[in-house]
Design a protein around this ligand. Structure first.
Ligand code: UT7
Length: 315
């Protein structure tokens, strides 16, 4: 037995707010349509803030809450598809801003909305070999930079934000039991890179992605529970990627997950891709809903296509 537990979490919330009413002024949509079809009412936007700024805010809070100092960190991974610059990576910027030791392994990881779970699994593997057994995992996005504000099918969904978790690896901790997957697909969800002939905006076949999500989330739950040797009742809290309230509602109904065991904050943040899961974790810790000993099952899905689930305990 060996693995990681979460010691503490944090969030970085941008100052700007985009309301449904603001979007009514931009595209042919209504507050009623957005609320009923997605559950989203507000999204945050970095106004005068960089991705690094909000990632630092989240990382610093996670360090403080976990009682871990920058000198204890051996690995820093930022899951993002919207770094301020490709080089230096967001993780390298965090090294500087948080004062992490110069021999800290720092890099960005892109698995779209599943990024935080890919990063958590990667963190568990790397900490096993690291001389320092604590790691910082951040999910951070500035999706408002890559949103087409003329496309009503996508611009109502996305927002900016950051969440972070400090993980500690120990010989006597259980593994996080991650299940991760990928199916290369160019059609359903796409974001071209700089220099591509097409514009650098998120393009999505929403209805098809919705169908993919409602199929893959139960698969992840089943596979993670089987791998961890747990049942739904053994889990204290379910944390789902915040893409659409209707996806979460369908899943909790299928598994008879009671209201006090899951959480939705997409009304206030929209879909923040890699940041969405750690943002939820951070708010749960803030509200005392998770803490030492809590057993959490997380599920993410998104572009790539990618998907994943992980069972994790809080130290
Ligand atoms: O994080 C990555 C993973 N992403 C997701 O999980 C997203 C999954 N997909 C979704 O959340 C939903 O598919 C959307 C919210 C994107 C769209 O909701 P929907 O209920 O699937 O709508 P739809 O695309 O089937 O469109 C239904 C109707 C269409 O009109 P017609 O053809 O029926 O006349 C759309 O043109 O709604 C129309 N529509 C809108 N109307 C008002 C689409 N977007 C809007 C809008 N306001 N913003």
């Amino acid at each position: 037995m060996s693995g990681i537990k979460i010691r503490g979490t944090g969030k970085g919330v941008p100052a700007g707010v985009i309301t449904n009413a603001d979007l009514e002024g931009l595209v042919d949509t209504t507050d009623a349509w957005i609320t009923s079809r997605t559950g989203i009412q507000l999204r945050r936007r970095c106004d005068g803030q960089s991705l690094t700024d909000i990632a630092v805010q989240a990382g610093r809070q996670a360090l403080t809450r976990s009682g871990v100092t920058p000198e204890d960190i051996g690995v820093c991974i930022v899951a993002t598809l919207t770094p301020d610059t490709l080089v230096p990576s967001a993780a390298c910027c965090l090294q500087r801003e948080l004062g992490l030791p110069e021999d800290t392994l720092c890099f960005d990881l892109n698995a779209a909305c599943t990024g935080f779970l890919y990063a958590l699994h990667t963190m568990e593997c790397l900490l096993a070999k690291s001389p320092r057994k604590c790691g910082l995992v951040v999910g951070a996005e500035r999706l408002t930079r890559v949103t087409d504000w003329t496309d009503r099918s996508t611009c109502i969904l996305f927002g900016d934000g950051a969440g972070a978790a400090v993980a500690e690896w120990r010989e006597d901790f259980p593994s996080i039991c991650a299940v991760l997957g990928c199916r290369g697909d160019q059609e359903l969800l796409r974001l071209a890179g700089p220099g591509a002939p097409e514009p650098c905006y998120i393009q999505m076949e929403g209805r098809k992605v919705f169908k993919f999500a409602v199929e893959v989330v139960p698969l992840c739950i089943d596979q993670v529970l089987a791998k961890a040797g747990k049942t739904v009742e053994d889990v204290d809290f379910f944390v789902f990627h915040q893409a659409n309230a209707r996806i979460i509602d369908l899943v909790v109904k299928k598994y008879h997950i009671p209201e006090e065991k899951y959480y939705k904050n997409l009304a206030r943040f929209g879909n923040t891709s890699a940041a969405s899961i750690p943002l939820v974790l951070s708010e749960l810790e803030e509200q005392g809903k998770v803490g030492p000993g809590s057993r959490v099952l997380m599920v993410g899905f998104g572009g790539g296509l990618t998907w994943g689930g992980a069972y994790v305990e809080f130290a």
